[in-house]
Write a protein that binds this ligand. Structure first.
Ligand code: NBP
Length: 482
């Protein structure tokens, strides 16, 4: 009997996805560049299963049922191109290559188009959930050649995480690089969620002087509220984790955050598309700032930074912080969905935002109860332009406003950096202001560069230039927006 699917790449994600597919009754053929890893896998975790090995790409291809489905779980970038180049001459028209790595979506756009010319279908799929997700149910976000989806759908939906209603956290996202785009936004939101939690932690630790056990209890309690999520849950575990000397391990970890690029890509795309994705972008910059450790140590001394003590009733502050965190999180997701909406419109992807929320509901790092409410919001209005306008989320934003402002103001007053919580509030203040000071900005642009402006008392699209000093000419610059 031939294999149902081939997987190339036997590192943590590949191995666990294969075992997951095997659990669901699929016969998987496993291949890896370094052949010894095939043997190690077959004699180790795959022992006693139906998984078979292939020591060359030809062997892999020969062992698969038609149309062949070959999933790459390898390092993103050139390695994927190199495998595609080697596979294509061995494949037949109608065969399917799937890239399940963390690929930047323009690469997927390019690969879908290039392979289409050769008659090969290509799927670029986000896979989220790390090792445990891959093994027992990840969130899977496939996009690319729609013709390929019916062949891959049963396998992907079988191995994916399921919601409490047993719905698979996997559905077709859209054409071209849509799946990888949505996975990129997922990762950006993950950056935002993590940053928001760290800001709450710093406020409690430095501002309120709380112990790690106290903070752990707060996160345990928060996890029983609308903030219920995987990241809040693991944060409570981390805060309670003691090193061998009985002290909290988290305080022994160097405060410089790493990043692999997906948050940065999300920010770059937001800038390219002109979407104010402020919270996620601040979260990426917060990681950049954290990496300037030596400079920060010097600057703290140079500026003689004082302790940032927050006076007042601790319980009142903790509840205010919870509300500020929840409201900021709503803004982060609202901005992320704005970005997806713009990308969907620009690329003709026809994204289903409710389905995206459902795919993130289980298996992935940002899984949370909150995503069910997002799905509900898009069920009510599939074209919702701002998540915060949905009545459920609007209610939370309004109810949290006072506490959110108090936390933001206090953080500024005592010097606790909270870039994401404060930028979220600033965004909402801007978004809910009908008249912003951009009129003055337009006047400045016209003053120094004759960039022209529109008038509130004239139809939109009519542009004016003023000779502000009486010395300039009347020739205006060309009017366009980049
Ligand atoms: P890695 O990202 O560490 O990739 C390891 C695989 O890539 C191995 O099969 C390795 O073969 C192969 N590879 C490399 Br590295 N360089 C190669 C080359 N020049 N030629 C051929 N093969 C090469 O594995 P992973 O962490 O399992 O991730 C797989 C994909 O899934 C990545 O795109 C990753 O970004 C994504 N992802 C990872 C996670 C996670 O939590 N780790 C979560 C979600 C998505 P070798 O054994 O011969 O070196």
């Amino acid at each position: 009997m031939k294999g149902d699917i081939g997987v190339i790449g036997l590192a943590v994600m590949g191995q666990n996805l294969i075992l997951n597919m095997n659990d669901h009754g699929y016969k998987v053929v496993a291949h890896n560049r370094t052949a010894e890893k095939v043997d190690e896998f077959l004699q180790g975790p795959a022992k006693g299963t139906n998984i078979v090995g292939a020591y060359s790409l030809q062997e892999l291809v020969d062992k698969l049922e038609s149309p062949r489905k070959i999933m790459l779980m390898v390092r993103a970038g050139d390695v994927v191109d190199s495998f595609i180049d080697k596979l294509v001459p061995l494949l037949d028209k109608g065969d399917i290559i799937i890239d399940g790595g963390n690929t930047n979506f323009p690469d997927t756009n390019r690969r879908v188009a290039a392979l289409k010319e050769k008659g090969i279908h290509f799927i670029g799929s986000g896979v989220s959930g790390g090792e445990e997700g891959a093994r027992f149910g990840p969130s899977i976000m496939p996009g690319g050649s729609p013709e390929a989806w019916p062949f891959v759908k049963p396998i992907f939906q079988a191995i994916s995480a399921k919601t409490e209603n047993n719905e698979p956290c996997c559905d077709w996202v859209g054409n071209d690089g849509a799946g990888h785009f949505v996975k990129m936004v997922h990762n950006g939101i993950e950056y935002g969620d993590m940053q928001l939690i760290t800001e709450a932690y710093q406020f409690m630790k430095d501002g309120l002087g709380m112990t790690h056990d106290e903070m752990q209890s707060v996160f345990i309690e928060w996890n029983k509220t609308e903030l219920n999520s995987y990241l809040v849950e693991i944060t409570s575990d981390i805060l309670g984790y003691k090193d061998t000397d009985g002290e909290p391990l988290v305080e022994k970890i160097l405060d410089t955050a790493g990043q692999k690029g997906t948050g940065k890509w999300t920010g770059i795309n937001a800038l390219d598309m002109g979407i104010p994705l402020t919270l996620i972008t601040e979260s990426v910059f917060a990681r950049c700032l954290s990496s300037l450790k030596d400079q920060r140590v010097e600057a703290e001394e140079l500026f003689g930074k004082k302790e940032s003590i927050v006076e007042g009733d601790k319980q009142v502050w903790i509840e205010a912080l919870r509300q500020a965190l929840l409201a900021s999180k709503i803004i982060s997701y609202a901005q992320g969905f704005m970005l997806m909406r713009e990308a969907s419109n620009e690329n003709g992807w026809d994204l289903n935002y409710g389905n995206v929320a459902l795919m993130w509901r289980g298996g992935c790092i940002i899984r949370s109860a909150f995503l069910s409410n997002i799905r509900d919001a898009y069920d009510i209005d599939s074209e919702l332009s701002f998540l915060g306008s949905d009545s459920y989320f609007k209610g939370i934003l309004e109810n949290s406003m006072s506490a959110w402002r108090k936390v933001a103001a206090k953080s500024m007053e005592v010097g606790i950096p909270m870039p994401s919580m404060t930028s979220a509030l600033t965004f909402l203040d801007g978004y809910t202001t009908a008249r912003l000071p951009a009129n003055l900005l337009q006047a400045q642009r016209d003053y120094f560069g004759a960039h022209t402006y529109e008038r509130v008392d004239k139809p939109k699209g009519e542009f004016f230039h003023t000779n502000w000093t009486g010395k300039g000419g009347d020739v205006s610059s060309t009017t366009y927006n980049s």
